[in-house]
Design a protein around this ligand. Sequence first.
Ligand code: ADP
Ligand code: UDP
Length: 235
Amino acid sequence: MEKRELLYEGKAKKVYRTDDDSLLIVSYKDDATAFNGEKKGTILGKGAINNRVTNHLMGVLEAAGIPTHFVRELSDTDSLVKKVDIIPLEVIVRNIAAGSLSKRLGLPEGTRMGSTVLEFCYKNDALGDPMVNEYHIFAMGFATRGELAHMADLSLRINGVLTAYFKEINVELIDFKLEFGKLADGSLVLADEISPDTCRFWDSTTGEKLDKDRFRRDLGNVEGAYLEIQKRLLG
Ligand code: ADP
Ligand code: UDP
């Protein structure tokens, strides 16, 4: 499958049309941004790692019965995916308090939540991806009640599968972001990526951060952390 026109260039990926109207090629970049694009940098090798890690995890999820957009890996940095209409919501899943939740609720980072927390943010860079509740979501027409319920159910199932999977490689899945989209027939599938850019991973023994927080917070050894996650998942 060949890349045709560039449809969209985002912060971390480029999206290309293909000869098949129902398929897209996503190309992962080494570019890194944080704080809604305010901080910019490059993480060497990130594009290839995020491509492989995402595809591996999409495979794990498909095997567990979660529908995803993934079709196949084309190269180090490129993958073929089913084209979807992205639901303009980011679903944040949290097991342990960190980042913006710790700030908002005054919870020290590392506090285990009494039960899994789901948050929804409106995907809109100009507005800084504001958090929205179900009233906003229905009033704004971002998703129907059925779609939201389905997204919530899939997100909790994904959390169950991934939390157990990461535990086996001595990684605590702290929190992560998901995006869902609709295929031409209206069915909902997991889209976008699952990578150290979009998850918080802490080593279960040492608590060492193995994700984009190393870039956001200038903790050093950013490339090493991404490589470590790839190594533990893919050998
Ligand atoms: P951003 O838009 O946040 O800068 P990226 O650089 O990751 O993010 O760009 C990838 C874009 O492709 C995102 O807007 C994402 O929602 C979208 N996308 C991901 N998977 C699919 C898909 N299967 N079909 C259509 N769009 C997708
Ligand atoms: N996240 C993401 N994209 C976003 C916002 C958040 O992938 O636009 C991920 C982030 O990597 C973390 C989780 O969602 O794993 C929760 O992020 P949080 O709300 O704490 O925001 P942050 O600290 O990144 O500002």
